[in-house]
Design a protein around this ligand. Structure first.
Ligand code: FUB
Ligand code: ZN
Length: 637
């Protein structure tokens, strides 16, 4: 197990243009507009207890389910995102809004600590009766993460106290003891939150409860979801047949240590694997670590989109079979890529191996970041890799999980840059941050400056309070060949081991490391098993995957282009495409099918082609300039 631990989000300032701009947008636009939507769509009203609940905004599906059962989670996630944002800039108005929500939660809490506004308001007698579908513990997890983030930013612990009371009730209710329910949530999440609570408080009981939920999952016949279903049937509460043939959907088809294939709902899977990796670190649990490694290999080798999108299917919001990665119908939920980042970060702290940081970075700059528009007020839930312009970005969703997942990610992105160990400091991401970390008990100021991801020149100033010998581990991304470095102007040999190059010296105030990460554009080809990508090529530069969008290539659907294997890819720095930011586009000579002479659906004459120039844009930026076609995997000429 690695000795490295991530630093806290509150200890990192974002100073680079790329993340500063995204953060400023989240602060100024996303967080306030999300609060408006929470009000407009009735989520805030749902906390006003006791009072007769208003009619459902989203009527129950035929199976009795409504997304309203997890509204508490969306509110908790908004507070979490807002709290991360507040750590960068305090805002009295947002804080007042959070306090008002806490007032409502505090008033709603039952005397025994129970706190779920859906059940308290609408069906109190059914508390804990349907863990499989109704998200009670998932909600508690997100509320707890919100309470922890709010406390970490503000030092105010009122909501944390409320949530600790609730956690105590959960501890009494679930477990292997007499009279306890041997249950666990159908949507994993509380496990991650409990481990965070353990990190915050140092109280082992929280870690133990997280471990219970993970170890119990799918563990014993009879299956818990069958047991609770039988109870519901006795009470006349079960009206519909369960739509899935087994419990793969929520990864409870077998004990977690025996799971070797990534199955089911993608977000649930990623949250569970994150908690498993966390527990493997905390408990030095080799079995959990091995299971995580097997699952990681499975998803990386057969189930991940080139953008780090996960889950091709809308039917289960998740995984299907190996190499099934359709482009236009890709579900690739924003939440799933965000959750992959959580998992990758935890794997990275199991073993300091750059293969995990590479995926963390890939998901960050592509599958997750695409979820938020330039203006910070429009979103993608699904992140297809090919489109005819539909669906477009929306300003809210009946199921708003992705909106706050992407805002909490961006507002806390600083927490992914650095880790410390007893004898070292590791730098995982580049893009401009400043922080002061403690190494061997000495404060070390770290200032990383760069125009990353547009440019691979990175400057890292290391200023220990007093001269200090330690390992500085610099990630050399897997995509990068020919990285070089200098310390105080003198070249040093970089010999990366598992993706990290170690520079060991006595660091003194004023030391500067210059790292150069060449990032020429490259072509990527998919495994032949991915039949949807046969004969196609994707473009990438550094961590950014590119797409071809109609906005830059007017004249009809962009699928008309064919890119010759040998065509040069020209890098262009552009400041004219998006207000306020410069971006790098790629340009190439290509051919394009001429549609003007097609008048029938089918014909015997082959298509005629003409020469053309094609421009590619970072994928995360697509669908910000109107609706039009887009393609990541371009046909080759
Ligand atoms: O069920 C809660 C969230 O809503 C899931 O994580 C998403 O996939 C969406 O179904
Ligand atoms: Zn989502």
């Amino acid at each position: 197990m690695s000795q490295y631990h991530p630093i806290r989000f509150v200890d990192v300032r974002l100073t680079g243009d790329f993340w500063r701009e995204r953060l400023d947008t989240v602060l100024a636009h996303t967080i306030p507009s999300q609060h408006k939507k929470l009000a407009e769509y009735g989520l805030l009203e749902s906390l006003k207890l006791p009072q007769p609940p208003p009619p459902l905004r989203f009527p129950r599906h035929a199976n009795g389910f409504t997304v309203q059962v997890f509204w508490d989670s969306d509110i908790g996630k908004w507070i979490e995102a807002a709290s991360y944002a507040l750590s960068h800039r305090r805002d009295a108005d947002i804080e007042a809004k959070i306090e008002a929500i806490i007032d409502d939660f505090e008033k709603a809490q039952a005397p025994d600590g129970y706190l779920n506004c859906w059940y308290l308001g609408r069906e109190p007698e059914k508390r804990w009766s349907n863990l499989r579908d109704n998200h009670e513990l998932y909600n508690a997890g997100h509320m707890l993460e919100g309470a922890i983030a709010y406390f970490e930013t503000t030092g105010r612990r009122r909501w944390l106290d409320v949530m600790e009371r609730y956690v105590e009730l959960i501890r009494q209710t679930f477990g292997p003891g007499p009279g306890q329910k041997r249950g666990y949530c159908g949507h994993q999440e509380i496990e991650i939150a409990l481990i965070k609570l353990y990190h915050l408080t140092g109280e082992k009981k929280h870690l133990d409860l997280a471990a219970y939920f993970i170890n119990e999952r799918g563990a014993q016949p009879p299956h818990y979801y069958d047991v609770e279903r039988t109870e519901r049937e006795k009470n006349g509460w079960e009206t519909q047949r369960y739509p899935f043939p087994n419990y793969e959907y929520q990864q409870s088809h077998k004990p977690v240590r025996e799971q070797d294939k990534v199955v089911g709902h993608a977000v649930r899977a990623m949250y569970m694997y994150s908690a498993m990796a966390d527990l493997a670190v905390e408990l030095n649990d080799a079995g959990l670590k091995a299971a995580c490694e097997t699952l990681w290999k499975d998803v990386m080798e057969t189930k991940m989109y080139v953008t780090a999108g996960l889950g091709p299917s809308a039917q289960n919001e998740g995984f299907t079979w190996d190499f099934d990665l359709p482009n236009q119908s890709a579900y690739a939920e924003t939440c799933a890529s965000v959750a992959l980042i959580f998992w990758a970060q935890r794997m990275l702290h199991l073993d300091l191996d750059g293969k995990y940081a590479d995926i963390l970075e890939l998901a960050l700059f592509n599958g997750a970041l695409s979820g938020l528009s330039r203006d910070g007020e429009h979103y993608f839930y699904m992140n297809p890799l090919e489109s005819n312009g539909m669906p477009h970005r929306w300003d809210w969703h009946t199921c708003p999980c992705c909106t706050m997942n992407v805002s909490r990610l961006i507002a806390s992105v600083g927490g992914y840059f650095l880790s410390t160990a007893p004898d070292g400091l590791a730098v995982h991401l580049y893009g401009g941050i400043s922080s002061t970390v403690s190494v061997k008990g000495t404060d070390v100021a770290v200032q990383e400056t760069s125009n990353y991801p547009w440019d691979g020149a990175v400057r890292i100033a290391i200023d220990p309070a007093t001269p200090l010998a330690f390992d500085l581990k610099l990630r050399v991304p897997g995509w990068c060949h020919g990285a070089t470095a200098k310390v105080n102007g003198q070249a040093v040999a970089l010999k990366p081991v598992n993706g990290y190059a170690t520079i060991n010296r006595t660091w003194t105030r004023g030391d500067v490391v210059e790292l150069d990460l060449p990032m020429p554009p490259v072509r990527l080809f998919a495994h032949p098993g991915v039949i949807m990508d046969a004969g196609r090529v994707a473009l990438k530069r550094g961590p950014l995957v590119y797409c071809v969008e109609e906005a830059d290539n007017p004249g009809g659907r962009v699928q008309r282009y064919k890119l010759p294997r040998t065509a040069d890819l020209t890098v262009e720095h552009r400041t004219d495409l998006f207000k306020g930011i410069g971006v790098v586009t790629l340009k190439a000579s290509a051919s394009a099918i001429d549609e003007s002479d097609w008048h029938t659906l089918y014909r015997t004459a082959p298509p005629s082609e003409k020469s053309a120039t094609v421009t590619a844009l970072p994928y995360y930026l697509w669908a910000n300039r109107g609706q039009g076609s887009m393609v990541v995997w371009l046909p080759e000429a």
